[in-house]
Design a protein around this ligand. Sequence first.
Ligand SMILES: C[S@@+](CC[C@H](N)C(=O)[O-])C[C@H]1O[C@@H](n2cnc3c(N)ncnc32)[C@H](O)[C@@H]1O
Length: 502
Amino acid sequence: MRVIAQRVALFLSPSCAIGKLKLPRVLNSDDTVVTHETKELKSFIQRVCYIFRHAFIMSDSKCPVPPPSIVRGMTILDRSAFKAYMNVPGLPVPVKSINAFNKKFKASLCKITKLKPIVLLAESDELHQTHRLFLLDPNLYKTQNDFSSLQQDMLKEIGVDIRSLRLYPLELGYDNWNVSEIMEAVLPEGTSNISGFSTIGHIAHFNLKPEVLKYKHLIGQVVMDKNTVVKTVVNKLSIIDNTFRNFQMELLAGEENYITRVKENGLTFEFDFSKVYWNPRLGTEHMRIIDSLGCEDVLYDVFAGVGPFSVPAAKKGVTVLANDLNSHSYKSLQNNVKLNKVKGSIECYNLDGREFIKTVVKDHLCKTWKKCVDNETKTNIVLTMNLPALAVEFLDSFVGLLADVEDHDFIVSEWVTMPKVNCYGFSKSDDPKKDMTDRVVAVLGSGILHSLNIRRVRNVAPNKDMLCATFTLNRDVLLDQQHQVLHEGPPAKQLKMEKAAV
Ligand SMILES: C[S@@+](CC[C@H](N)C(=O)[O-])C[C@H]1O[C@@H](n2cnc3c(N)ncnc32)[C@H](O)[C@@H]1O
């Protein structure tokens, strides 16, 4: 089971360092949207990938012999110290029967990282010219008696003489152990093994526990050695506590190059990981929102980052207005629009979220609705507000948003559809859904309750959830003249950020 899981993880993993296959795509190469069934399947595969990647990324074939005990406590990597010797059972197989043997005994071969289980026999051996030696799993075969009678018949048929089973001496080195095995041998006994890492393009990203920090450079080097895609290894230095949600990070190994490219939902995103926010665990959430949008819809992405909601939505044909206060995110967002050859309508802004809502969204909303009334058509309008530590506080921007719009009678037209908001938040409460409901209602009033749905997105830390509150704004909120000024929040730069890990 474990072996199957490992194989599945390696082949399907979206950002697995070793994975060679491309991420399952939501959009076809000709940019048309794939069928519902295919999308569902792909979404399912992505979820499976995520689970397997995080469970098994550190795994590989398990070596029957551990690295030598002298490596315990090593802080500066000395690859030459990793040496061990063992004997494995070897069975000479006639050259002409290699394929047949391989087919039948593939699962029984000796599986050690970077070891080919077929070797030449010594020149002095009388079978040197005619046979090759297959190395077998020492846990399965020790003597001839370990072959079942069925296997014995099969081997006889292809000309393999089990009486020639012998022991083959192996010298193992640094290459023959995987990251987990090396860490288990190096770190002090009793230390729980280092947790898995995320890969963001060529960057491997750790969140190391204090007890292993002494070994951080060795860990970085080993991860680079064992994953050819990884060129930079970093450790998260602190919890995310700045406005732009990017990590403070320390280089552990490799080049100090944080400009990276990743694939998510079939599109490419390029950014400087040290300056912007990117979380490889949000791919499914992004896809969920994108899938819910129709190509005639309008999306206002208030905290757009480098564009994981906005770029795929625009690619799909949605009219997008995307915003981020971080100038590095804004530039990457613009670049990602070009990189993905988005031909649809997308406008990018570099404003505080509150200002974006009160100016850009307000103007666009009015123009869109006037058009709807004139043309007697309806347009779905969706907002995404993914800044979980603070987004709820920005909801006050909607209170009385349209109160000063002249002739705002159009707002009551049957052709006007109220905007649907997806507002993200964290909660540490015992009842996170109630907590989120209370916070949203405190800002927008109980009038939104009938449309309010709170969904748990993921668990970000023990006792801390990320949630998504989805609700429809109503006319009372948008026209509320009384509260327009009272609910005004502080400018973004003065906001004291709640210390929160993402
Ligand atoms: C958690 S990230 C989400 C990014 C992206 N939407 C995603 O799903 O990956 C929040 C984003 O909000 C931006 N941000 C923080 N404060 C902001 C503000 N006051 N106004 C606009 N954007 C802000 C940050 O720069 C960051 O890119």
